[in-house]
Design a binder for this molecule. Structure first.
Ligand SMILES: *[C@@H]1O[C@H](CO)[C@@H](O)[C@H](O)[C@H]1NC(C)=O
Ligand SMILES: *[C@@H]1O[C@H](CO)[C@@H](O)[C@H](O)[C@H]1NC(C)=O
Ligand SMILES: *[C@@H]1O[C@H](CO)[C@@H](O)[C@H](O)[C@H]1NC(C)=O
Ligand SMILES: *[C@@H]1O[C@H](CO)[C@@H](O)[C@H](O)[C@H]1NC(C)=O
Ligand SMILES: *[C@@H]1O[C@H](CO)[C@@H](O)[C@H](O)[C@H]1NC(C)=O
Ligand SMILES: *[C@@H]1O[C@H](CO)[C@@H](O)[C@H](O)[C@H]1NC(C)=O
Ligand SMILES: *[C@@H]1O[C@H](CO)[C@@H](O)[C@H](O)[C@H]1NC(C)=O
Ligand SMILES: *[C@@H]1O[C@H](CO)[C@@H](O)[C@H](O)[C@H]1NC(C)=O
Ligand SMILES: *[C@@H]1O[C@H](CO)[C@@H](O)[C@H](O)[C@H]1NC(C)=O
Length: 662
């Protein structure tokens, strides 16, 4: 009794349970806890029967006179089934789906087939375990006996043998290098294949844990079947099987120990980052899955004589790198198009005469031009062949001319014009989780609200054991404001992009520590760059409570840590970028930490420089199920030749290191 009490106490310290009926298991499948529960449960069963003498005079199962043994086994079986169900809900990973995904690998497939066969045999046979002796579906003693013998008899067809083979196929032999195990190979493949990360919506680390759970559930089930079988056989009076049972139990413990060992050896190098893939093309929608900065630097056609105060044409287009419009000669293009009210940059000569096809301004387009066709055959801004381009608004001529001795050329410049059509603001205010209510950050997404981009965070309640209460998940409400309001200040509330300040730092701000999780994030401006900072708070793993989150939290960023004194930030350059959404291939992450990228105008040839790229990905970045985060980052994803997207990524908390260390 003392010992039992001791074990229960010890367990309740290791795995503090919330009030019964409100179990953490409702929210996450915690396999390590289940392993403990099963082994403790079986120990209890063992205690019940251990000292019962085997009485051959009694009929099958009368040993269990109070139904106690079977009731307990039944409870354990229920727990395994319940976990299996939950696991399937969280992550519907079947051997068939895995085989489909790894189809090209012969060895993997063969092993998976074997694994699948064993799993099937176990599923099919587990129905013979009938615990309720009052049940109407009662197998007769003969069937039960056969089943029990199949489970435990020595030989290469028995369950005992199969489950050993199953385990060996997946985790390899204890002497082997863990990297060669099917388990390690599957995780490695998952990590390399972005389409799988897209489909499963979880970081490679989460995938590894799920695979581990799946396999362990099968092993636990087989173990329970064998335990059941010995008890059944014992109750038929064929022997007390004390030795056999303890041998089986030891083998089970060795298997579990070995699989934990494999997982913990791999855990440290399995990727923890979860990023969001592009949506299917048909789901991609402006304002829903992505949004964009508008009219930051936009292609604009203007005659040289309007670019200087004297109305002269003494220079070349290229001489105007920072100009403004100083006049407008009647009946020229300038009188037919909305004037660029800001500054013009990077002017260049693209052809003496051209037809400018203006966009329909009533159509809310952020474009000025649909396309431009020069007389020397250049067509800027349409993919179609030249003769297919039809201008719905008619088209305006822009013809260079000669005044006196001077040639007044039309130039193609980039217009930096603030105004109602130019969305170029980024929120600088802190976003904090409701840490007073023990909420931590579980996900992130960009949102555009009243023309301001916000990095919105999702929060969830932190529970014991590094789990998140999935039903408490909610997006932290945005603090929406109007940038034109007198009390709203640039540099404090928001940052306004401009020609001189339009870079996004690309960083991953994460901690290695297992006692810290993310509780907030913000942008600030460092050297004219938007720079991400992340707030970390300490928590107690066993109670799940944040520790003094008010005073003991820290803001970390790749600016403050100054790890890169000798490694200046590297600039990523987009060459001649096509509009981001025109890529037929799904984006891939193209940046790593300590880099930055400027917002630039799209390709002159492909888009008449009418768009601002990269676009901003607006999809939720929340792994499934939600977990606490060890970090947040901003990265660039896309394809060569396209503008791509800025998007947030999350670093999932490594739950398993802690309990595995025991
Ligand atoms: C898992 O997927 C299979 C086939 O894809 C489907 O039949 C099954 O209902 C799914 N199970 C759950 C729990 O979603
Ligand atoms: C089986 O039925 C008997 C009598 O109806 C009852 O006392 C007993 O508790 C039942 N056992 C189980 C496991 O339900
Ligand atoms: C089990 O059986 C063996 C011999 O068959 C006997 O030596 C042993 O004492 C028995 N153990 C119990 C707990 O009954
Ligand atoms: C207006 O915009 C819609 C959607 O972008 C486009 O299909 C339509 O052709 C545009 N109309 C004109 C007149 O440009
Ligand atoms: C243009 O945008 C305004 C404000 O966003 C909206 O009210 C209006 O319906 C839009 N018009 C069209 C044609 O899309
Ligand atoms: C511009 O777009 C509006 C609304 O889409 C449409 O009613 C109008 O006819 C268009 N104008 C031209 C010149 O195409
Ligand atoms: C999870 O959150 C829901 C909603 O906030 C709450 O009702 C429930 O009690 C929480 N469960 C636990 C285990 O804290
Ligand atoms: C923002 O404030 C300006 C000036 O106060 C006002 O004209 C404008 O309508 C406001 N915009 C929104 C979307 O509320
Ligand atoms: C976590 O909380 C438990 C229970 O309050 C306490 O015993 C333990 O010392 C705490 N651990 C840390 C690291 O603070």
């Amino acid at each position: 009794m003392r010992i039992e009490l001791g074990i229960i106490l010890l367990l309740s310290i290791l795995f503090v349970k919330p009030i019964a009926g409100n179990s953490v298991i409702d929210d996450a499948v915690d396999i390590l806890k289940l392993i403990h529960e099963i082994s403790v449960g079986i120990e209890t069963v063992w205690k019940l029967i251990e000292n019962e003498p085997v009485d051959t005079s009694k009929l099958p199962l009368v040993l269990d006179k109070h139904g106690q043994v079977m009731r307990r086994l039944d409870e354990l079986n229920e727990r395994i089934q319940q976990s299996e169900k939950l696991q399937a809900e969280y992550f519907n990973m079947t051997i068939t789906s895995l085989k489909r995904e790894f189809f090209e690998e012969f060895l993997l497939t063969r092993k998976l087939t074997e694994v699948g066969d064993v799993k099937k045999v176990i599923e099919e046979n587990s129905q013979y375990m009938t615990f309720d002796q009052n049940s109407t579906v009662k197998f007769d003693a003969y069937t039960l006996n056969n089943f029990a013998e199949w489970c435990v008899k020595p030989g290469s067809n028995s369950l005992g043998y199969l489950i050993d083979a199953f385990h060996g196929n997946i985790f390899g032999d204890p002497e082997d290098n863990v990297e060669n195990s099917l388990f390690a190979q599957m995780v490695a493949k998952y990590e390399m294949d972005e389409s799988q990360i897209c489909a499963a919506r979880r970081s490679p680390l989460q995938f590894a844990y799920d695979l581990f759970t799946k396999v362990t559930l099968t092993e636990l089930k087989a173990y329970l079947m064998m335990e059941f079988s010995w008890i059944t056989l014992r109750s038929t009076g064929k022997g007390n099987f004390t030795l056999e049972m303890s041998l089986m139990r030891r083998k089970h413990e060795e298997r579990i120990w070995h699989s934990k060992e494999v997982l913990s050896k791999l855990v440290s190098r399995i990727g923890r980052v979860y990023w969001r893939c592009d949506p299917m093309t048909y789901q991609s929608k402006l304002g829903v899955t992505y949004d964009r900065v508008t009219r930051l630097l936009q292609g604009y056609v203007e005659n040289e004589m309007n670019l200087n105060k004297k109305g002269s044409c003494l220079q070349t287009c290229e001489d105007y790198s920072d100009a403004r419009i100083e006049g407008c000669v009647k009946d020229e293009l300038c009188s037919k198009q909305p004037k660029c009210a800001g500054r013009l940059h990077s002017c260049q000569f693209i052809g003496a005469d051209m037809t400018v096809c203006q966009s329909n301004s009533t159509n809310n387009s952020s474009r000025r031009y649909d396309y431009i066709r020069t007389n020397n055959g250049r067509l800027l801004g349409v993919d179609a062949k030249e003769d297919e381009a039809v201008c719905r608004t008619g088209g305006d001529q822009a013809e260079s001319s000669t005044y006196w001795f001077w040639r007044c050329n039309y130039c193609f410049c980039l217009c930096d014009e603030e105004g109602l059509l130019s969305d170029r603001y980024f929120n600088l205010r802190d976003t904090l989780s409701d840490y007073q209510r023990n909420m931590v950050v579980t996900g992130a997404r960009f949102v555009k609200a009243r023309r301001v981009f916000h990095l919105q965070l999702q929060q969830g309640e932190l529970l014991p054991g590094g789990l998140i209460n999935q039903s408490s998940l909610a997006w932290i409400p945005l603090e929406v404001y109007n940038v034109s309001h007198v009390d709203i200040r640039q540099g404090y509330d928001y940052h306004k992009l401009s020609y001189n300040s339009r870079s996004m730092d690309l960083d991953e701000i994460a901690v290695e520590s297992n006692t810290q999780v993310v509780t907030g994030a913000r942008f600030h401006v460092v050297d004219n760059h938007l720079n991400l900072e992340v707030r970390f708070s300490t928590f107690n793993f066993s109670t799940g409570r944040l520790i003094r989150p008010d005073s003991d939290s820290v803001w970390l960023g790749n600016d403050w840590t100054r790890q890169h004194y000798d490694q200046p930030r590297q600039k990523l350059i987009l060459y001649d970028p096509q509009v981001s959404t025109k890529s037929s291939l799904k984006s891939l992450p193209l940046s790593k930490g300590n880099q930055y990228m400027e917002f630039v105008s799209s390709s002159i040839d492909k888009d008449a420089a009418q768009s601002t790229v990269p676009f901003i990905d607006m999809q939720d970045v929340v792994p499934n199920p939600a977990v606490p985060l060890s970090g947040l980052g901003i990265y660039h994803k896309g394809r060569r030749g396209f503008g791509g997207f800025f998007a947030p990524k999350v670093v999932t908390y490594n739950i398993w290191e802690k309990p595995l260390a025991h």
